[in-house]
Design a protein around this ligand. Structure first.
Ligand SMILES: *Cc1c(COP(=O)(O)O)cnc(C)c1O
Length: 694
């Protein structure tokens, strides 16, 4: 067998074939989509089958997540079998798994298709290897950069995110890939991701935790040369251990390493450390963060050894959750078995010089804090024997006015371990300088060394394919990143309106489908649901509101004056319609109450054809929702929305923003691209403020 065929075979890897359960008792109730509470994940193993050589590149095209923003590739899958593509939920791995041997033989005989597959395979190969923007920067640019985040929202097929922080991390990897930035991502693989949201009959949020099968995901297990799984091990108190395997996802050119504690050598508690994202608190959260930070650096070192990539010269942490990476690097530098181990001060200085910290939230609940005693307990187990624990404790100490001396604060440690720190919008930079000024006593808040870099979105991921096609056919823009976009002003308005109507129609269809499914879950029979077929109108101005549901985002502000909202929805000449979505954190009763209030409003037969709440907001929903809305609404309590990115996604699809001047909108609103919702001045009480801003 030639080298190429072998390479292709290896890449096809876990991506398809017959599935067999290897571990645990086979149970028809469990599997990729089963909802499981208190039952250990059962994993299936995918037996590799052979792709005919002529279509072998399909394996790599499915396995590299670049398809999620490379339209010709996702269209190729669709073309091969539109029905199976739809049924797979646009998931190439599961799609290829469903294609039969006969179909594969047939494909291999279709000359035109084979040519496309070969061309796209070659295109991916050159995308992965050719010099890009970064390669023009010269030799001074870092040869490798590590990026740590507790969550990554890359595609609906890899549900390892809860909201904006994760989506940003996903977009960051994709943009780095397009630019050729030599990034390596590090994170955790959660057995159930975040959670799936549905509603009870009385509109209360229900959470389920479907267990994911890593073998059915676009991941490959990192293996040692002898074929055994590469492994990271951390000592835990009472002689226990936390082991983790390392899964690799390929996000274009960027490898992403995800640590997974669900391995047989762990005891049950250790196996469950990575069970879900933002699930447990206390010790479980601390162990997740120790695994992410310290385990993540160890995983990187293994990856370096196995692939020969250069050691990262910069370590970037996306929020404080991964802050222990700094301690692990200090541990490495102080290791007594080194030829000349560094002192604490030297190691801290060396580590700091190559560390960047991004703070993401001015909301205290968004920042992890542990008891000092907890940190002590874990470090005494030997996580970093040569590193003095009191120095570690001092890094996270809230030893400033209003600080709590019994707490260990991850954001504070992040700032103390980083040479550079930034917020995620201009206004957020300013707020952060004030918020953390206690760490720089004697400095004016203005002089606190926290800058800002405003978040962005990865445009090719979020522009609707219809818009990309429109641009190509109307003014020859080959890519959504093309400078030709100013030519949009030469296009007749009627064409733009037709395009917008088509996008709105797509959304309306999706809403009807989702709403019916939701009502069936809530216990309604089909016969009661004919009304869902005519919910929303593709010719009515459509306003969208979708985001997580923490209090500060004020999901229910629109209900402040229900009669007024009703009048707007039912206006005889110029009605509006509203599409709303969002998950509340499972422990947040207040958030769930807001969802309930809102859903009860939308359940009213008088308005239910003009206002809907869609359960389970996620990337898949977002891809239809942003382009389908004419106006994107955001009404957070200023300045608590650090940046916000959903409005940017609406904007690049031609939507107008209607938003409080917070986060990105505070700096991007130009008087023409939407509307600013005025903010009440600081003297107002919370209630007055809601009244005024509503
Ligand atoms: C963009 C996005 C978010 C973040 O939006 P914000 O405006 O920052 O709240 C959350 N979830 C999904 C699915 C998204 O696409």
């Amino acid at each position: 067998m030639g080298r190429n065929a072998k390479g292709a075979l290896r890449n096809i890897g876990a991506y398809f074939g017959e599935r067999k359960r290897l571990r645990g008792k086979p149970s028809p109730a469990l599997g990729k989509c089963a909802s499981v509470t208190g039952v250990k994940a059962i994993r299936r193993f995918t037996v590799r089958t052979v792709l005919p050589e002529s279509i072998a590149p399909l394996g790599k095209l499915a396995g590299n997540l670049r398809w999620s923003w490379h339209l010709p590739t996702s269209r190729l899958f669709e073309e091969i079998d539109p029905v199976a593509w739809e049924e797979s939920g646009h998931d190439p791995v599961s799609f290829l798994g469903s294609v039969t041997r006969e179909q594969l033989q047939q494909l291999a005989g279709d000359e035109k298709l084979v040519r496309r597959i070969q061309e796209l395979g070659a295109d991916l190969e050159s995308y992965l290897t050719e010099p890009r923007w970064y390669q023009g920067l010269g030799d001074d640019a870092p040869r490798s950069i590590a990026y740590f985040s507790p969550e990554y929202g890359i595609s609906a097929v890899l549900p390892q995110y809860s909201g904006g922080l994760g989506i940003l991390a996903g977009d960051h990897l994709k943009s780095a890939s397009d630019l050729g930035v030599p990034l390596v991502g590090v994170g955790l693989l959660y057995q159930a991701g975040y959670f799936k949201q549905s509603l009870s009959r009385d509109a209360w949020q229900q959470e389920t935790y479907p267990v994911l099968d890593p073998d059915g995901l676009p991941l490959t297990l990192l293996r040692e040369e002898d074929g055994s799984a590469a492994k990271v091990v951390l000592p835990l108190p009472n002689g226990r251990q936390l082991s983790a395997h390392i899964w690799r996802a390929d996000v274009g050119r960027v490898p992403l390493l995800l640590l997974d504690s669900n391995v047989s050598e762990n005891d049950d508690a250790a196996r469950n450390v990575t069970d879900r994202l933002y699930g447990g608190g206390g010790d479980q959260r601390l162990q997740q963060e120790l695994l992410l930070g310290m385990g993540g650096v160890k995983a990187l070192r293994i990856f370096q050894r196995l692939t020969g990539i250069p050691a990262p010269e910069v370590f970037h942490t996306n929020e404080g959750h991964a802050g222990f990476l700094g301690i692990e690097r200090i541990r490495e530098l102080m290791d007594p078995s080194n030829e000349s181990p560094m002192s604490w001060e030297e190691a801290l200085t060396a580590g700091r010089a190559s560390t960047v910290f991004t703070t993401h939230t001015p909301v205290p609940a968004g920042i992890d804090r542990f008891d000092r005693a907890q940190i002590e307990h874990f470090f005494h187990a030997g996580l970093a024997p040569a590193v003095p624990t009191d120095r570690v404790l001092a890094l996270g100490a809230e030893n400033y006015a209003d600080g709590d001396p019994t707490k260990f604060n991850m954001a504070v440690m992040g700032l103390r371990l980083a040479q550079r720190a930034n917020g995620v919008a201009k206004l957020h930079g300013e707020v952060s300088r004030g918020m953390f000024s206690g760490l720089w006593p004697g400095f004016d808040a203005r002089e606190v060394p926290i800058t800002s870099v405003t978040n962005g979105v990865h445009v090719p991921s979020w522009v609707d394919p219809q818009i990309a096609d429109f641009a190509l056919s109307h003014f020859g823009a080959e890519s959504v990143l093309d400078a030709q976009w100013s030519k949009v002003y030469d296009v007749p308005d009627t064409d733009i309106w037709a395009l917008r109507r088509s996008l709105r129609s797509n959304l309306v269809d999706d809403v009807r489908r989702r709403l019916r499914a939701s009502w069936k879950k809530r216990g309604a029979a089909d016969a009661e649901l004919t009304w869902t077929d005519s919910v929303l109108d593709p010719d009515v101005l459509t306003i969208g509101f979708a985001r997580r549901v923490p209090t500060y985002k004020r999901l229910t502000l629109m209900l402040r004056d229900p009669a007024r909202l009703k009048a707007l929805l039912l206006h005889p000449k110029h009605p509006i319609q509203l599409v709303i979505a969002g998950k509340s954190h499972p422990a947040d009763e207040q958030g769930k109450r807001m969802i309930q209030d809102l859903v009860r409003f939308t359940d009213d037969p008088e308005v239910r054809h003009r206002i809907v709440f869609l359960p389970n907001y996620d990337i898949a929903m977002a891809l239809t929702l942003f382009p389908g809305c004419d106006v994107w609404l955001n009404n957070p309590l200023r300045p608590l929305e650090a940046c916000g990115t959903s409005g940017m996604k609406a904007a690049i699809n031609g939507g107008l923003n209607l938003s409080v001047l917070d986060g990105w909108w505070d700096e991007m609103y130009d008087g023409d691209n939407g509307w600013a919702i005025p903010t009440a001045n600081n003297g107002a009480s919370a209630d007055e403020r809601d009244d005024i801003e509503a």
